[in-house]
Ligand binder design. Structure first.
Ligand SMILES: *[C@@H]1O[C@H](CO)[C@@H](O)[C@H](O)[C@H]1NC(C)=O
Ligand SMILES: *[C@@H]1O[C@H](CO)[C@@H](O)[C@H](O)[C@H]1NC(C)=O
Ligand SMILES: *[C@@H]1O[C@H](CO)[C@@H](O)[C@H](O)[C@H]1NC(C)=O
Ligand SMILES: *[C@@H]1O[C@H](CO)[C@@H](O)[C@H](O)[C@H]1NC(C)=O
Ligand SMILES: *[C@@H]1O[C@H](CO)[C@@H](O)[C@H](O)[C@H]1NC(C)=O
Length: 762
């Protein structure tokens, strides 16, 4: 249907392409990555000798001269070392990391560049290279870059990245339905700083998500992108997503939603588009939040029917802001206003208001804005202002990253030496540590295709005295700490391991940040948990907690996946892994969670205790597939010092077993203030590994709000659940009288149940 929108484009203006980047000073000519020490290794690759992680496409014959056909050179760089689709050919999917580096230049391709899991394509961030489709690029409906690896389903297309490119379809006939990138991918993928250039008025699409019969994927984040020309900027087909800072210029439809349960779009900018966001299109859309965005010269900003949250939209020279079923619902600009379509709860009784569109009070933003009233945004640091000699490799200072050597002392010494000075580079590898890695203020840490820090040894064994593996600052410390492209895991069953703890706050908001850094417990050849935790009904206590954001912390987190493995990425071992806790937030100074996921932990995915000033742009959760066998909290003993849920009031009646399951979200504590959550996707697929839970639901409860009161500023928008009986439980743990404030039966939709706004503690 949105093809009609092409004709709205009578005013095709000049196309302005703006790369999102920090300005590099003129004396920096070349991106540091090109000259950085290329020392990455893959220690758990069976035939690992001579395997190259870093591959410069020019070393594989690419010319980048705008004439030569470089397709084969790109695919040779990707395939080198016996890599193949889906991690087949004995590599597993974590054992074949490849960084495909693209120097500045114009690379002509005549057929798709095919990526695999564990591949990152990274261009020169100072002078973005262009991938240009040849006029003969064919056939129709193929993508210039095929980011989806067909060797595994879209929902297991993990660990893939595309960064710092211009993709240009200008030479392809305007009537060909070509797309620039197929991005049917899932968690732990990274798509940033890419400009999609298409002829105005053409049938081209920037991003499609076509994973065949397996659907479009289960992703968390993409951002800092531009789109110009074309029929569609992003053709969205995915379970959930957070988008941040994307600009659409003279695109017929900026974002066309085919299928989506929950999406939060922050900082979208539409100029000269027929439609900004079309949710009325092809298939079912659960919910969309569009916040802090602008539209100029746009036919319709948001079209179609779904649960909607529109907040702080600055609209000029445009048609309606919201058009549903052909009727204009909102026509003026929505500056500092919040408008909601769907089911709302205003109080803490169970009486809902089904609204076809209404204003609610503008969300109180507390300390979460950046001076201009907008929620803070921070692009992934890429250090274009530095040349390679500003980077120091841990492998040049005694660390081995070979998955065997204890690298604790070497890493700690280098971080101390580099603080407020050099940038610490971790070439790909698995860095074993037996004690805490302390990250002092003034640290910048960069990995390569997810370099891994992995705990081992007795210090992490005691669950009654948990020990931190990677500690960002001591309590009360203030300064800078940036972490990008890293992965955190445990090499063994370690009931006392807290993988990462943040204590540091920034001098300025955003000075402490994590981007594209992920967590894994089990599921890979680099950990003994892969073979030791196989017994059904007996999940092993692989780690105490993944991510602790402690009281004095302030942190911006973008694109992070906290994954307790539900299956083996590298082999066929049964994975029965029982990580205690996902993310625990006690901070009051500002926490920004932009596109995060937390899956399969025993007690909870996210717990906020006396937290203040927390912003969430889409959070996704899955309950452990084995639960309630055993019943949570088993195998863990709840620890009151950590405010663990004890599930003590689950045995009220015969349905009790379905209550002994992970909380997706707990917000507890009387000091709680200003918790703004835009988009939750809390999915329960199984009960005791059985998919069909029938009308009884797989799980009883999912969200617990305790000790809160009206005026605390806790605002939950677009809460989506699957397989749960209740949506919001008040005082759901160990208190006299849990109260079901919102139940699924009253709120059907999306992947199971949905409410557009819970404002009971607003
Ligand atoms: C290309 O896509 C269009 C629109 O989705 C479809 O109608 C057409 O059959 C596709 N063509 C090929 C060759 O797959
Ligand atoms: C595109 O247009 C050309 C020229 O009019 C025509 O030959 C070709 O068949 C068209 N292709 C498609 C896919 O419609
Ligand atoms: C807009 O949304 C409506 C549903 O509200 C849908 O019928 C229509 O196809 C959508 N797109 C356009 C271009 O009208
Ligand atoms: C739009 O139309 C659909 C399909 O008829 C209907 O389910 C939905 O309630 C309508 N939305 C509004 C806000 O009128
Ligand atoms: C859990 O599933 C297993 C395998 O299907 C079955 O043998 C067992 O009885 C189930 N346990 C319960 C309590 O339903």
């Amino acid at each position: 249907m949105w093809k009609l929108a092409v004709f709205l484009l009578a005013f095709a203006a000049d196309i302005q392409i703006q790369a999102y980047r920090h300005g590099a000073p003129a004396y920096i000519k070349k991106f540091w990555l090109e000259d950085a020490p290329h020392e990455g290794t893959s220690p758990f690759l069976v035939r690992g000798h001579g395997y190259k992680v870093f591959r410069n496409v020019k070393d594989y014959g690419a010319k980048g001269d705008g004439i030569t056909d470089d397709t084969d050179a790109f695919n040779a760089a990707i395939n080198d070392g016996g890599r193949c689709s889906g991690g087949a050919c004995g590599t597993g999917t974590t054992g074949q990391p490849a960084l495909i580096y693209v120097p500045s230049g114009k690379y002509v391709v005549s057929s798709p560049i095919q990526l695999y899991v564990d591949t990152q394509v990274i261009g020169d961030a100072i002078n973005l290279p262009t991938i240009k489709a040849a006029s003969r690029f064919s056939p129709n409906n193929e993508s210039i870059i095929a980011g989806f690896d067909p060797g595994t389903g879209s929902t297991t297309n993990f660990y893939i990245g595309v960064r710092n490119l211009v993709i240009d379809s200008g030479a392809v006939p305007a009537n060909a339905s070509v797309s620039l990138l197929n991005w049917a991918v899932s968690q732990a993928t990274n798509l940033i700083n890419v400009n999609f250039v298409m002829p105005v008025g053409s049938q081209h699409s920037g991003i499609i998500m076509d994973g065949g019969s397996g659907g479009g994927g289960s992703a968390t984040y993409l951002g800092d992108l531009t789109f110009s020309g074309g029929l569609i900027g992003i053709h969205l087909n995915n379970q959930q997503y957070a988008f941040k800072n994307c600009k659409f210029t003279n695109v017929a439809t900026g974002i066309a939603v085919q299928h989506l349960f929950v999406g939060t779009f922050q900082g979208m900018h539409f100029e000269g588009c027929g439609i900004g966001v079309d949710v009325g299109g092809i298939d079912d859309t659960g919910s969309v939040a569009l916040i802090d965005s602008t539209a100029d010269n746009v036919g319709t900003v948001v079209n179609g029917s779904a649960n909607l949250v529109l907040e702080n939209l600055h609209v000029t020279n445009s048609g309606p802001v919201l058009r549903i079923n052909g009727t204009n619902k909102v026509t003026g600009s929505l500056d500092e206003k919040t408008y909601v379509v769907g089911h709302l709860y205003y109080d803490n009784k169970d009486d809902l208001v089904a609204s076809k569109g209404t204003y609610v009070p503008y969300t109180k933003r507390g300390a979460l804005t950046d001076g201009d009233g907008l929620y803070l945004q921070k692009p992934q640091p890429q250090y274009t202002e530095y040349s390679a000699d500003a980077f120091v490799s841990v492998k040049d200072h005694g660390a081995k990253g070979d998955g065997q050597t204890d690298d604790t002392v070497a890493i700690n010494a280098l971080l101390k030496a580099n603080a407020n000075c050099k940038i610490t580079y971790f070439p790909h590898g698995v860095y074993l540590v037996t004690d805490t890695i302390y990250v002092p203020p003034g640290s910048r840490i960069v990995g390569e295709v997810w370099s891994t820090i992995s705990a081992t040894g007795s210090k992490f064994a005691d669950e009654s005295n948990p020990h931190v593996m990677f500690q960002v600052g001591k309590p009360g410390e203030v300064g800078t700490a940036e972490v990008t492209d890293m992965l955190f895991t445990v090499a063994d069953v370690l009931p006392g391991a807290i993988m990462v703890q943040i204590n540091m706050a920034g001098k300025n908001k955003g000075d402490v940040s994590f981007h594209n850094s992920h967590f894994r417990s089990g599921g890979a050849a680099d950990s003994n948990t892969e073979t030791e935790c196989q017994t059904d009904g007996k999940p092993c206590k692989a780690a105490f907690m993944m991510f602790h954001i402690a009281p004095t912390a302030q942190i911006y987190i973008e694109n992070t996946w906290l994954w307790t493995a539900d299956h083996d990425l590298d082999g066929d071992y049964n994975q029965v892994i029982g990580t205690g806790r996902g993310m625990y937030i006690e901070s009051t100074k500002g926490v920004w969670l932009v596109g995060t996921a937390s899956e399969h932990h025993v007690l909870y995915a996210y717990q906020l205790y006396n937290a203040q000033n927390v912003f969430v742009s889409m959070q996704q959760v899955e309950t452990p597939y084995n639960q309630p066998i055993p019943q949570a909290p088993t195998p863990w003993t709840p620890n009151p010092a950590w405010h663990d849920p004890d599930f003590s009031d689950c045995d009220r009646d015969s349905t009790g077993a379905r209550c002994h399951m992970q909380w997706a979200l707990r917000i507890i504590g009387e000091e709680t203030k200003t918790i703004n959550i835009y988009g939750s996707g809390f999915w329960v697929f199984f009960n005791n590994y059985t998919q069909d839970c029938g009308s009884t639901f797989c799980q009883e409860n999912i969200v617990d709000l305790e000790n809160l009161k009206k005026g605390d500023g806790v605002e939950l928008y677009n809460l989506n659940t699957r397989g749960t009986q209740n949506l919001i439980t008040l005082d759901g743990n160990g208190q006299a009288a849990p109260f079901q404030a919102a139940v699924s039966a009253d709120n059907p939709g999306s992947w199971g149940a949905i409410i557009a706004a819970y404002l009971g503690f607003e």
